[in-house]
Write a protein that binds this ligand. Structure first.
Ligand SMILES: [Zn+2]
Length: 342
C-alpha cells in the first residue's frame, strides 16, 4: 500500500513523500499512526550528530500511537482494530528487525519501528495494546518520553519517599522524571534548566525548586537547598552530566545519566566523586518491561496522577517535521507532537 512518510535522505535533508509498503512478514503489524512524538534522538539523527549513518535513506521516529489495520502470520499480541502504543523499547512478541519500503524505485530503510508516517510496519514486540477509550494523543508519549522519565525514577533510581531528587534538563523525559519523583514521594524535587518556560512546566509537574543554570551554579544552589540523594541527567549535555554527579551527596548519593550526548562528546568525571561513595548509573530508557509497566503508566494518566498536557501543546503536521525539529532544538517546543490527521 501507499502512504506518506518523512524520509531522511541525507543529514539535514528530510523529504516528505509517498512510499510503498510491502506485504507483512511473519511477526509484523501494519498500523495507522495517529500521533508521534519528536524526541532528541531524531534531532541528533537528522543533524548528523549520531555519527556515521549506514542506513540512509531511512524513515524516522520511535514513539507514537495508532490503530492496528492488519497483522502478519504468527502475531498474537494485537489484532485489527486494537489501539496501540508504538515504542522503541522492546516488549514481548516477535522481534523483526528491519523493513524496506519503496520510494519511486529507491529503497528506504526502516527498523523494527518508525513512526513519522501515516502508516508503518512494526515488529510485534514494539507494540503494546491499550484500552479502547484511552486517548491516543497521550498514548503517543508512552512510546518514549513517559516510560523513560517515569522508569528512570521507578526502576533505575528507586528512591524512597522523603528522599531528595534533582532533574537536570526539563524536556519531555525530564518533566516525566519530575512527575515520577513526585509520585514516588520525593521531596524536595529540584528542576535545573536554562529555559524559563521549561522551568515553569517543571513546577506544574511537581518540582519544589527550580534553578536556571544559565544564571546560577546548579551544584552550589542544590547544596544550599538539601543534601541530595539522587540526580537524573536528561539534557544530553556532558557538562550537566558532570554537575549532576557532583551535586549528589557523598556515601550513597546516585546520579543517573539518561540524556544522549552528541556523538563523540565525552563526559568529564573526577574519580574523587566515586571515591567519596557516589554512584553513577546508566539506564536503558528507564529499564522498562513494556508489557508490565505501560499499563501502569496508563493508569497514572487515567487517574490523573500524571497530567501530560505540558508536553502536548505543540502539534505539527507531517509536512512540518523540519519546523518541529528546529522548535525542539531551539527549546520553543518541549515535546513536538506530529498529528497525522493534519
Ligand atoms: Zn525518544
Amino acid at each position: 500500500m501507499q502512504t506518506k512518510a518523512a524520509i531522511l535522505v541525507n543529514f539535514n535533508q528530510v523529504v516528505i513523500d509517498e512510499i510503498t509498503l510491502p506485504p507483512l512478514k511473519p511477526g509484523q503489524v501494519l498500523v495507522e499512526i495517529h500521533y508521534t512524538g519528536v524526541c532528541h534522538t531524531q534531532l541528533l539523527e537528522v543533524r548528523g550528530k549520531r555519527g556515521e549513518d549506514p542506513f540512509l535513506p531511512h524513515c524516522l521516529g520511535h514513539e507514537g500511537s495508532g490503530i492496528v489495520l492488519e497483522v502478519g502470520a504468527k502475531v498474537e499480541k494485537v489484532k485489527p482494530g486494537d489501539r496501540v502504543i508504538l515504542s522503541w523499547i522492546k516488549g514481548s512478541g516477535a522481534n523483526v528487525l528491519s523493513s524496506q519500503f519503496d520510494w519511486k524505485g529507491r529503497t528506504v530503510n526502516a527498523g523494527a519501528i518508525t513512526t513519522f508516517s501515516r502508516h508503518s510496519i512494526l515488529s510485534e514486540n514494539r507494540l503494546t495494546p491499550i484500552a479502547k477509550d484511552f486517548p491516543l494523543k497521550e498514548a503517543s508519549l508512552l512510546g518514549c518520553a513517559i516510560p523513560t522519565g517515569l522508569g528512570v525514577v521507578f526502576n533505575t533510581a528507586r528512591p524512597q519517599a522523603g528522599q531528595s531528587m534533582a532533574v537536570f534538563g526539563c524536556g519531555g523525559i525530564g518533566l516525566c522524571a519530575i512527575r515520577g519523583a513526585s509520585i514516588a514521594g520525593c521531596v524536595p524535587i529540584i528542576a535545573v534548566d536554562i529555559n524559563p518556560a521549561k522551568l515553569l512546566a517543571a513546577k506544574s509537574m511537581g518540582a519544589t525548586h527550580v534553578i536556571d543554570a544559565s544564571k546560577q551554579d546548579p551544584v552550589e544552589e542544590i547544596q544550599k537547598i538539601t543534601t541530595l540523594d539522587f540526580s537524573i541527567e536528561a539534557s544530553g549535555s556532558p557538562k550537566a552530566m558532570n554537575q549532576a554527579l557532583r551535586s549528589v551527596r557523598s556515601q550513597g548519593g546516585a546520579s543517573v545519566v539518561v540524556g544522549n550526548a552528541p556523538y563523540g562528546q565525552q563526559m568529564e568525571l573526577d574519580p574523587k566523586e566515586l571515591n567519596q561513595g557516589k554512584r553513577i548509573l546508566g539506564t536503558w530508557g528507564g529499564d522498562n518491561v513494556p508489557d508490565v509497566h505501560y499499563p501502569r503508566y496508563c493508569n497514572l494518566i487515567r487517574y490523573k496522577q500524571l497530567d501530560a498536557s505540558p508536553m502536548l501543546g505543540n502539534c505539527y503536521s507531517l509536512d512540518e517535521v523540519e519546523r518541529a525539529l528546529s522548535d525542539l532544538e531551539m527549546g520553543t517546543a518541549i515535546r513536538p507532537i506530529i498529528d497525522l490527521s493534519l
